[in-house]
Design a protein around this ligand. Structure first.
Ligand code: PHB
Length: 397
């Protein structure tokens, strides 16, 4: 079956769904496909922190009203190291904040909003490849749930299909991207317990890093630094609590039944190209960050805000300038976020084989940040998010 649309979007994650929403606000029709079902999309546990700009896009464009009512504003984080606790106060230093609102809740809001608006949103449709990038009619070749061939012909194809993107090949060819692996990972748990603190705790100890995050008043998310090859069944629940307790000395963690365990590997990746002809990749399809700075979903939102403005000018006014500039404009923020994620990761984790010098130097670095107003402001500014390029256009629509 063959269908035509203006913009074909592969991937119903935050990037793909938000893009279809922002395009619709400009009167631009799109089709969104995803290999997963709605249930899987809406229940997979991912990140939890939204930058202030992300919250503004979601609320000011009518994509999610629940983020402000059901989400929780966090005006700071706690940094722990060397037996001390330091608060980075975002509001006091940069007048901005972040929101704790899990990614799957954002997805529920976006799916509901898109379906209510009559969006052509197709679950269980798997993209196989993208063809004809350098023509006026690029195509997505896909297969539906029953194994039937689906061809979507469009003016623009957007790959918002995550780190295992099939659209990426049509854009980057064999050139790939910039890549960095880290010698550690996070062991993550979800547990049924009240929050251990009002704000997130980032804790550095000689044995490694831990992060005490949250999901809701009843469910908490916690992580500790581990070897990337760690098996999720390597520890009993009691051992996991022992490790977490030892990684956050001086704080009593609220414990409860563990409902999920996973190991998250750390990678930094930036594709060499984000656009070829009329095919573009955004979000995790174009770049991956390690999770320490909570930048992944926020960076996807930043790409899409920019792209939606560029596609509006291109498709409605035949003005190609923003579309041509898109990869270069997006790249500037991507590398700032790459740097911040890399910096937070290296500042807080213990490198395998670290010696006393490394350890003392790391404490020196952490002190440089927390004991200086500008150090705290640097962290706060990056964590709460830099201003979004293209925001004004999208809100005005
Ligand atoms: C999370 O809750 O999953 C989370 C929060 C903050 C981070 C990373 C992950 O920096």
């Amino acid at each position: 079956m063959s269908t035509c649309t203006r913009v074909a979007i592969i991937g119903a994650g935050p990037a793909g769904l938000l893009l279809s929403h922002l395009l619709d606000r400009q009167g631009i029709e799109s089709i969104v496909i995803d290999s997963r079902g709605r249930e899987e999309i809406e229940t997979t546990i991912r990140a939890g922190i939204l930058e202030q700009g992300t919250v503004e896009v979601l609320t000011d464009t009518g994509a999610s009203h629940r983020v402000r009512s059901a989400g929780q504003m966090h005006e700071g984080i706690e940094l722990r190291f060397d037996g001390e606790s330091h608060r980075i106060d975002f509001t006091a230093t940069v007048g901005r904040a972040v929101w704790l609102y899990p990614q799957h809740e954002v997805l529920k809001d976006l799916v509901a909003a898109r379906l209510a608006a009559g969006q052509d949103l197709r679950f269980h449709v798997t993209a196989e490849r993208v063809e004809d990038a350098e023509t006026d009619r690029p195509k997505v070749i896909a297969t539906d749930f029953d194994g039937n061939r689906v061809i979507i012909e469009a003016e623009i194809v957007v790959g918002a299909d995550g780190s295992r993107s099939v659209a990426r090949e049509a854009v980057t060819g064999t050139y790939g991207g910039y890549f960095r692996e880290y010698p550690f990972a996070w062991f993550g748990i979800l547990c049924e317990a009240p929050p251990s603190a009002e704000e997130l705790i980032y804790s550095n100890t000689p044995d490694g890093f831990a992060l005490i995050s949250q999901r809701s008043p009843e469910v908490q998310r916690m992580y500790f630094q581990c070897d990337p090859d760690t098996d999720t069944e390597a520890y009993s629940d009691a051992q996991l609590w022992d490790i977490l307790r030892s990684r956050v000395p001086g704080r009593t963690l609220k414990e409860g039944p563990i409902s999920k365990r996973d190991v998250l590997r750390f990678r930094s990746f930036v594709a060499h190209e984000m656009r070829r002809g009329r095919v573009v990749i955004v979000g995790d399809a174009a770049h991956t960050v390690p999770p320490t700075g909570a930048k992944g979903m926020n960076l996807a939102v930043a790409d899409v805000v920019l792209l939606s403005e560029a596609l509006g000018a291109f498709l409605l006014q035949a003005d190609e300038s923003l579309f041509n500039a898109f990869p270069e404009t997006a790249r500037k923020r991507i590398w700032k976020a790459q740097h911040f994620s890399w910096w937070m990761t290296n500042m807080l984790h213990v490198q395998p084989g670290a010696d006393d010098f490394d350890r003392m130097r790391q404490i020196g670095e952490l002190r440089t940040v927390v004991e200086s107003e500008s150090g705290r402001a640097y962290l706060a500014e990056a964590y709460t998010g830099w201003p979004l390029n293209g925001m004004e256009h999208n809100v005005r629509q």
